[in-house]
Design a protein around this ligand. Structure first.
Ligand code: SF4
Length: 397
């Protein structure tokens, strides 16, 4: 977006890429816009992203906003040029008609240790709590050959780690010729970009893992030993009311099978607490999932009804109950992480140096470095000497 805005001739503009995942995210977007206006009284403020895509009128109505671009338009050079020429300032088309995704594959991410490669966008599922498909449109995948090229360019540009991202990444390939699965893509990248040190998968759905992907995750050391799962709940009735495609037992079984073949792997998961109709017993099933699935990184989302979703029309829980359950699950998740980190103390690990005197292990644990171990982006061997809260302390070897 920065490149497209500059190419279109924008010199003093602020682009706010909004999020719509919760009501709180939308509120923060509005706050960010107001703050951006105060800090940049003369700049043009352009709002894009999911919140703008879903509800453009509410953003064009803000006095601070000069223009609104949809999620399809924000990556279209012609739209930026039309905006710069003084064209229509609300440029948001029906995202459900968008079919292309590959136009914006990036070649580098500045000096960051990690680069992100979007392999897929959009989602054809309709989980009852989720507004994302209305912001991102239908599932569409970039071709394997383009992604292998992009991964190669990123590693040539010095990135040691590439993170594959997508809204519903495990549905990768269903919309393109030959319907390749995510496992085929991961193999193609690992084989086609041999100099790439580490490939990390962002959020995946354990109901949609193909055999080749399972094989690569469990047997290929270049796949980071860290999986983030979209679990959302630990109770089967709630999972059904969410219209998720896995059961509690399948999630536990998946984690166990992966860990059986690759014991060092760490798991993260998104879990929503306080979904409509969730009883104390149902919540305790989510709580117990942390131990039973063996989760180290628990991302807790207090349920937030989004207008237009089926869950917003279900019987809601008291906000206080939701808040207290979120606190309990967060405490459980923190304890599990600390126990995991304690188990790493004393070990020697390969880590990618990040900025600010930090380093990231393959299992996603972060370490504060007691002494410099290299420049951001370098790979270094460090010895883990202690744990400090949710972080490790490492020394260069
Ligand atoms: S699969 Fe993910 S993005 Fe798609 S509807 Fe469900 S929660 Fe939303």
């Amino acid at each position: 977006m920065r490149a497209l805005a500059a190419a279109a001739g924008f010199t003093d503009a602020v682009v706010v890429n909004s999020c719509a995942v919760t009501n709180e995210a939308v509120r923060q977007t509005r706050q960010t816009i107001r703050r951006a206006r105060r800090a940049n009284p003369n700049a043009r403020i352009i709002v894009t992203g999911c919140a703008a895509q879903i509800d453009p009128a509410s953003f064009t109505a803000m006095s601070e906003v000069d223009a609104v671009l949809g999620n399809g338009e924000k990556l279209d050079a012609g739209e930026w040029r039309a905006l710069a020429r003084g064209g229509e300032t609300s440029r948001v088309n029906d995202i459900m008609n968008v079919r292309e995704t590959a136009g914006h594959l990036i070649d580098g991410y500045g000096d960051r240790a990690r680069a992100f490669l979007e392999v897929q966008n959009g989602c054809d599922h309709r989980c009852t709590f989720c507004i994302i498909p209305y912001g991102r449109g239908p599932s569409r995948s970039a071709p394997i050959a383009d992604l292998v090229d992009a991964a190669r360019r990123l590693s040539d540009a010095g990135h040691r780690e590439v993170v594959l991202t997508g809204v519903d990444m495990t549905s990768y390939g269903q919309d393109i010729d030959g319907a390749p699965r995510l496992g085929a893509l991961v193999s193609a990248i690992l084989d086609g970009a041999p100099q790439l040190k580490r490939l990390r998968l962002s959020s995946i759905d354990c109901a949609e893992i193909d055999d080749e992907l399972f094989e690569r995750i469990t047997a290929d050391a270049r796949v980071a030993p860290h999986l983030h799962l979209s679990l959302q709940a630990g109770d089967n009735l709630i999972l059904k009311r969410m219209k998720r495609r896995h059961t509690r037992e399948q999630a536990i079984d998946f984690c166990g099978r992966v860990r059986g073949r690759r014991p060092e792997i760490a798991f993260g998961a998104d879990i929503i607490v306080g979904f409509p109709t969730e009883t104390e017993e149902m919540f305790e099933q989510s709580l117990a999932l942390v131990d039973e699935a063996g989760l180290q990184y628990t991302h807790v989302f207090p349920f937030s009804p989004r207008d237009g979703t089926p869950a917003a029309r279900m019987p809601q829980l008291d906000r206080l109950i939701i808040r207290l359950r979120a606190e309990r699950l967060r405490a459980k998740g923190e304890a599990a992480l600390e126990q995991f980190l304690d188990g790493l103390v004393g070990r020697e690990e390969e880590a990618i140096i990040e900025s600010g005197g930090r380093a990231r292990l393959g299992n996603f644990a972060q370490a504060r470095l007691a002494a410099p171990a290299g420049a951001a982006g370098d790979i270094a061997r460090i010895k883990i000497v202690a744990r400090d809260g949710g972080m490790l302390v490492g020394e260069p070897i």
